[in-house]
Ligand binder design. Structure first.
Ligand code: GDP
Ligand code: IMO
Ligand code: MG
Length: 420
């Protein structure tokens, strides 16, 4: 039996998952995306070149590895086609190495339109990526969505579109008024058809035959549809357990669950963010950390490390440990803060993350403050090479988070990290 590993975000997304997937992919045979869609933006820098993937798993740069999109993913074929074509000069993405599940659901131009319209007309928008994610999952759950299997067969695709035109005059108007969008959809649906297969069956078989599988999470724990800061969440489950659901495997077969976080926190879009920094320092972190969305280019809200949220992420995912990125960004600050508890106006001090969004909304963080280090930190090697203040800071993060730190990121390159 091969090993099954899952790697997920522990915060509000953009923790640097892409970099670690790429880094640990060397002893993996199959890398899968198991939820979300092109709302994700996963960055990796290799040999001085930056790559951002929205749908393809970050293992794609390792020629010879299989990459897969399994049942819980929502796929915009136009984006996927573009991503495959853009990679041509670097690596080839053939149907032998990219497996797209027949069971995944399809984001059509209609779903993108619905997402955009609802965000633009809402009194309190979610701040979505407007990529059609929510409407596609909603239709899946209403059981009238378009599955990849349907998209791949021209006559079935046509039938789905005709039925929808008959049933929904607004859809018909949108369809008739946007021929270029639907033409692009048709072209990409035909292109993607070659890659479609029973991906889950093939992954299960691969595992049984000894192949190692890595499941790459998108978004982050605090954006989970069930356990996150609802309604300011994404529309899929972002937790490690979702990998078993999406691949259709025995959850007890998961060997390793790895978390990714940053030594501070960011959030894009609306919703509660207790440790958000509202003064000039937030802007300093944003500029130094280049905290602008990889998908929408929106400025990310910046805040301090939230150990209560990290403890929660540890608990709901069952982490074996966490990779913490961006230690380099904190060098030279005067002081660094870490939230160790929340204070609620009526409930008092809370040591655990509250499951109620209503409670969370009113919480203020209780901080511990640390003196920062003034020199630059080494990019590679072990923690022992760090200034004492940085080492103490990491020990405290580990203690407050109740979670083992596996490595610490020190720069954008896949080799920029320190180990304990
Ligand atoms: P993902 O969505 O979790 O894969 O993360 P993103 O790619 O959206 O955002 C993470 C950003 O941080 C990317 O631009 C990475 O290149 C960058 N990054 C990752 N680790 C480090 C690190 O340790 N230091 C610095 N300075 N940048 C990092
Ligand atoms: P990666 O995988 C950060 C956020 C959006 C919005 C909310 C809902 O790169 O970490 P959606 O379009 O999913 O309906 O938007 O979720 N969001 C992300 N934030 N990183 C992501 O992905 C995100 N994907 C969605 O900003 O607040
Ligand atoms: Mg991202």
């Amino acid at each position: 039996m091969g090993k099954l590993s899952v790697i997920i975000g522990t915060q509000w997304g953009d923790e640097g998952k892409g970099k670690w997937v790429d880094k640990i992919a060397h002893d993996i045979d199959i890398v899968c995306r198991f939820q979300g869609g092109n709302n994700a933006g996963h960055t990796v820098h290799v040999g001085g070149k930056k790559h951002v993937f929205h749908l393809l798993p970050n293992g794609v740069l390792h020629e010879g590895k299989i990459i897969a999109l399994t049942s819980g993913v929502v796929i915009d074929p136009r984006v996927l086609m573009r991503e495959i074509k853009n990679l041509r000069e670097h690596v080839s993405v053939t149907p032998e190495r990219l497996w797209i599940s027949t069971l995944a659901h399809v984001i059509t131009p209609w779903h993108v339109y619905l997402d955009t319209k609802s965000e633009e007309s809402a009194k309190n928008p979610i701040g979505t990526t407007k990529r059609g994610i929510g409407p596609t999952y909603a239709e899946r759950d209403l059981r009238n969505g378009m599955r990849v299997e349907t998209m791949a067969r021209p006559e079935k695709r046509k039938e789905w579109l005709s039925k929808r035109k008959e049933a929904d005059p607004e859809f018909k108007t949108f369809y008739d008024q946007n021929p270029a969008l639907w033409k692009e959809f048709e072209v990409s649906a035909a292109f993607i058809a070659d890659y479609i297969c029973p991906a889950e069956e093939k992954i299960r078989k691969g595992l049984k035959e000894g192949q190692n599988v890595l499941c790459e999470g998108a978004q982050g724990t605090m954006l989970d549809i069930n356990h996150g800061t609802y309604p300011f969440v994404t529309s899929s489950s972002t937790l490690a357990s979702q990998a078993a659901v999406s691949l259709g495997i025995d959850p007890r077969k998961i060997d390793r669950i790895l978390g990714v976080g940053k030594v501070y926190a960011t959030r894009v879009g609306e919703g509660p963010f207790p440790t958000e920094i509202h003064d000039q320092l937030g802007q300093v972190l944003r500029e130094r950390g280049n905290e602008y969305g990889a998908t929408t280019k929106r400025p990310r809200r910046c805040g301090w490390f939230d150990a209560i949220a990290m403890r929660f992420a540890n608990e709901v995912n069952g982490l074996d440990g966490v990779y913490l990125n961006k230690l380099d960004i904190l060098s030279g600050l005067e002081t660094i803060k870490v939230a160790v508890a929340y204070k609620h106006p009526t409930l008092g001090v809370l040591n655990e993350y509250p499951s109620s969004s209503e409670v969370l909304k009113e919480c203020k963080p209780v901080y511990e403050t640390f003196k920062a280090w003034q020199q630059d930190i080494p990019r590679q090697g072990s923690f022992s090479k760090l200034p004492g203040a940085a080492r103490d800071f990491l020990l405290k993060l580990e203690e407050f988070s109740r979670c083992r730190i596996l490595s610490v990121g020190t720069g954008v390159d896949r080799e920029d990290f320190l180990t304990p």
